[in-house]
Design a protein around this ligand. Structure first.
Ligand SMILES: *Cc1c(COP(=O)(O)O)cnc(C)c1O
Length: 395
């Protein structure tokens, strides 16, 4: 069959996106209830949403923010990071996982990834530690938890704070334990491509009362009404540190609480589609399917394949363009962060993490979201078959 790229008929008539939210009437009602009530922000919906998230993961505290990036910024503040400190993270992540260190004046250091899981390689983390290292931002890339026992053990030996960027992994488990209970602080994002959405939104969960208090201070201007120096009356408050306005609105939280009810169903469907991909693609010699460790249960935010460059003609760009022409909304997550022009200006060199670079050169994201239907999964597999057959060196 002729590739759509070369004028053939595409597998689909309309573009299948790589990710999309699922909003139903219950969600719409939940937002309307907030709109009809007395509070648009700082009302009861935010603590109710926070309780739902905390209960779902089994953490003592959840603190909501305007978005996941603000939540990571707050976590770096609560961890006490500042100028002169170094923070180790992975290059294969969204820029926010590293930017949060820069926000507080600290320096990100990129440790290379494990070639099988695409998560931080604990040995590379250990090798990156200097006397200035204060924290590790571990990312659960694609939804599979990072090797948290190994990372926590390194952190304990060197007195580091572990912040888990779990933007991809709400609902995932690691050795039978839920993501949200594995690090000092764990961040969830509620952007529409993530499992559960609030439009924009983020949460930090933690078991620490001290971190929770700092996170709440930071998201609201550094203003407190507790433990004040003076109390001049009911109007009185004190600003004790330089915080931000990073508060989530009640509209967002109302939507989030309603969405959380559907999270088990969202997870189930994502896992079902991922299993369908793996079952089919495992049989193809030209493609590497995502390696899942036996003791992790991924939340499946992304389904990432690698094309074997030695078995295919052309480049990732050719395979990507051919898939897009078939109306399959493939994507690539992520460009190694240190290759971004801003990081280059800060002095980071291309080629810093060779495993990540090799992986990036042949990786591609297939569409994966709860609202997909079985026939959509079949369309992706059919298009991939067309593309691989065309570019294969021998078949
Ligand atoms: C989405 C995402 C973030 C940022 O979350 P926002 O809510 O979009 O600010 C951070 N890290 C990773 C890995 C993400 O995927």
């Amino acid at each position: 069959m002729t590739l759509a790229l070369h004028g053939g008929r595409p597998v689909r008539d309309t573009m299948l996106p790589y990710g999309q939210q699922w909003i139903d009437d219950q969600d719409v009602e939940a937002v309307l209830r907030v709109l009809r009530g007395p509070y648009l922000t700082q009302g009861p919906a935010v603590p109710a949403f926070e309780r739902k998230v905390a209960e779902f993961v089994g953490a003592r505290h959840a603190v909501a923010f305007t978005n996941g990036t603000a939540a990571l910024h707050a976590a770096c503040y609560a961890a006490g990071l500042g100028p002169g400190d170094e923070v180790i993270t992975t290059p294969i992540t969204f820029v926010a996982s590293a930017n949060c260190a820069l926000y507080v004046g600290a320096k990100p250091f990129f440790a290379d990834i494990d070639p099988h899981t695409y998560n931080l390689d604990p040995a590379q983390v250990e090798a990156a530690i200097t006397p200035r290292t204060k924290a590790i931002v571990a990312v659960d890339f694609t939804g599979q938890p990072a090797d948290m026992d190994a990372i926590n053990a390194i952190a304990d030996r060197h007195g580091l704070v572990v912040i888990q960027d779990a933007a991809h992994s709400i609902g995932a488990t690691y050795k039978g334990r839920k993501v949200g209970t594995l690090a000092a602080m764990t961040m969830f994002s509620f952007h529409p491509v993530k499992h559960v959405t609030t439009g924009e939104g983020g949460v930090i969960v933690t078991d620490s009362d001290e971190y929770a208090a700092k996170l709440r201070l930071f998201r609201s201007h550094g203003i407190t009404r507790e433990h004040m120096e003076r109390d001049e009356g009911p109007w009185y408050y004190e600003m004790v540190d330089l915080g931000y306005n990073y508060r989530m609105t009640d509209l967002q939280a109302g939507l989030g609480a309603s969405q959380m009810d559907k999270l088990p169903m969202f997870l189930e469907r994502r896992r079902r589609w991922a299993e369908m991909y793996t079952r089919e693609l495992l049989q193809w010699d030209e493609i590497i399917t995502p390696c899942q460790l036996p003791d992790t249960n991924s939340a499946w935010h992304l389904y990432m394949i690698q094309f074997k460059g030695d078995r295919l003609n052309g480049t990732r760009r050719d395979w990507f363009d051919a898939m897009r022409a078939e109306n399959i909304g493939v994507h690539v997550h992520y460009i190694p962060v240190y290759r971004q022009p801003y990081y280059r200006k800060l002095g980071y060199e291309p080629g810093l993490c060779p495993v990540a670079e090799k992986w990036y050169s042949q990786a591609m994201t297939l569409p994966l979201y709860a609202k997909m239907e079985e026939r959509d999964v079949h369309d992706v597999i059919e298009a991939l078959g067309k593309v691989v057959r065309y570019f294969a060196k021998s078949r």
